[in-house]
Design a protein around this ligand. Structure first.
Ligand SMILES: Nc1ncnc2c1ncn2[C@@H]1O[C@H](COP(=O)(O)OP(=O)(O)O)[C@@H](O)[C@H]1O
Ligand SMILES: [Mg+2]
Length: 223
């Protein structure tokens, strides 16, 4: 695998690097690196305190890498993931802006339908994301299509008893419909609105809410 790594940690320094987000405590640094003409994102826990990076950090990096591998080939999921080392995972940058940073005016019904399809494709590969309500994890890519980021809170459904699968998938879909309804209710059909309301009614009963794994603290300014 080492032979095929597009770059090493030393290469990050040599390449042109910009911070997308600075980690704090148990959060990773997010770096945008230009290497040989391509843009990559590196999620790096190496600056975290030692006891954290060697346990939490190593585990999180592996976990996210495994999610990307499982979702490989889906349009809208970061591509070409690889492990830089134990503390950092890298994948291709997807040009665009997060839904937090754009005006809802640019969004189309096609965008939301593709977002919903992408979530269903992810479910078909046996993963639930569980942090889709956070608009910083969703991209409006420059090509107008949706992208999904940040697989730190996902669950592999293989390890979950079957009777919970529907509930976990509904958590994801309610995130999609919530964003849709909050940003462009005019583009949402009645069937999906009804579905969202039904999910919200049930929500009071959910043991697990939008961020059930609690894998990290919020960054400053995050909802
Ligand atoms: N592949 C990518 N393409 C474009 N932007 C990205 C990519 N990965 C991360 N980002 C940017 O970095 C931010 C943080 O990434 P994320 O994976 O959500 O990390 P965390 O929430 O753990 O800090 C995103 O909100 C987005 O702005
Ligand atoms: Mg995030």
């Amino acid at each position: 695998m080492h032979k095929n790594r597009p770059f090493t940690r030393a290469g990050i320094v040599r390449g042109q690097t910009k911070f997308l987000a600075r980690g704090r405590w148990a959060n990773a640094d997010l770096m945008l690196c230009r290497v040989a003409g391509s843009h990559w994102v590196v999620k790096d826990f190496s600056a975290c305190p030692d006891p954290i990076k060697n346990t939490w950090g190593v585990w999180m990096v592996r976990r996210e890498f495994n999610a990307f591998l499982r979702l490989a080939g889906l349009d809208g999921i970061p591509a070409q993931p690889f492990l830089v080392d134990r503390y950092a995972v890298a994948y291709r940058f997807m040009p665009g802006k997060t839904l937090r940073d754009i005006s809802p005016d640019v969004l189309t019904r096609e965008f939301f339908l593709s977002f919903e399809s992408l979530v269903l494709e992810m479910h078909a590969r046996g993963l639930v994301h569980l942090d889709l309500r956070n608009r910083r994890n969703i991209l409006f890519m420059d090509n107008g299509r949706p992208g999904i980021l940040d697989f730190q809170s996902y669950i592999n459904l293989c390890f979950v008893p079957g009777f919970l699968h529907r509930l976990l998938k509904e958590i994801d879909l309610s995130g999609v419909y919530k964003i849709w309804n909050n940003s462009r209710p005019d583009l949402m059909d009645k069937a999906r609105m009804d579905r969202l309301f039904a999910m919200n009614r049930k929500r009071g009963l959910w043991v697990l809410k939008g961020y059930p794994m609690g894998t990290k603290g919020r960054r400053r300014g995050e909802e």
